[in-house]
Design a protein around this ligand. Structure first.
Ligand code: FE2
Ligand code: FE2
Length: 253
């Protein structure tokens, strides 16, 4: 257990690297190799499943993005310790809420949803399946009940999300005949999560930077029942639960 004491840059980096390695391993097992993703990439997943997943995913997006605003408020005393931290977090929020223009990514979320045959209301007003609720609800609990650093560990999977977006973009274009314009939600997240874009660091490198800073300065104080590793890998499982939940709902085997 890490107990709120400062450590060297090297030690902090080692812990964060290890966290990312474990998250990617779990992601591969629970998401990349899932039946849902395999069938999507083969092009054998019915459109009905893609639409149902996308509606449930959109509900999660609304949760996780607005949760970022709550975290900004909740962690302001930490963030103001270093204006660079405020800049890193704020630039991520600017992406989510300001690009391509306000209200932000919600616009491209709707656009790709429409290309999949959904209406704006279907994208925005879905009652989530229980299996799809778990991911967003977990993130809320981490923010409300966890330590400061638990939130940052819980979004380490944004790096996997970049590759996941690439898989979605490619599958929708190659197997489901969508064009580059229509898959904008996924192409944007592939870019934003993994690459420096329009002068903003990738979301993955922002999260990594904040976590290393927290460890170095001694802000990480792990609690029983939460902690960095648990918060980093659990969303991988819950993404897997969501994907399988869609297949179960539609009786797809
Ligand atoms: Fe986004
Ligand atoms: Fe992101």
């Amino acid at each position: 257990m890490i107990e709120g004491k400062p450590m060297s840059k090297e030690e902090a980096k080692r812990i964060v690297d290890d966290l990312y390695r474990k998250m990617h391993e779990r992601w591969k097992e629970k998401v990349t190799q899932s039946l849902f993703m395999r069938r999507l990439q083969e092009g054998t997943l019915p459109m009905e499943a893609i639409r149902l997943y996308y509606r449930n995913w959109a509900g999660f997006v609304l949760t996780i993005n607005t949760l970022g605003l709550a975290v900004y408020y909740k962690q302001i005393d930490f963030l103001k310790q270093d204006i660079r931290l405020m800049k890193m977090f704020a630039s991520k929020l600017v992406d989510e809420f300001g690009k391509p223009e306000p209200p932000g990514h919600i616009l491209i979320l709707v656009k790709t949803g429409q290309a999949l045959g959904l209406t704006e209301r279907e994208v925005l007003d879905t009652q989530l399946l229980p299996a799809a609720r778990a991911l967003g609800d977990f993130h809320k609990v981490v923010v409300w009940d966890g330590g400061l650093s638990d939130y940052w560990a819980s979004v380490v999977w944004e790096e996997a999300m970049g590759y996941f977006s690439q898989d979605w973009r490619d599958a929708l274009m190659k197997k489901y005949n969508l064009d580059l314009n229509q898959v904008v939600y996924y192409s944007t997240h592939y870019e934003a999560d993994l690459k420096e874009h329009e002068g903003t660091a990738s979301h993955a490198s922002i999260v990594r930077g904040v976590l290393e800073y927290m460890l170095e300065k001694g802000y990480v104080d792990e609690r029983i029942g939460m902690g960095l590793e648990y918060c980093a890998v659990t969303p991988c499982d819950l993404n897997g639960v969501m994907l399988q939940g869609i297949l179960d709902e539609l009786g797809i085997k």
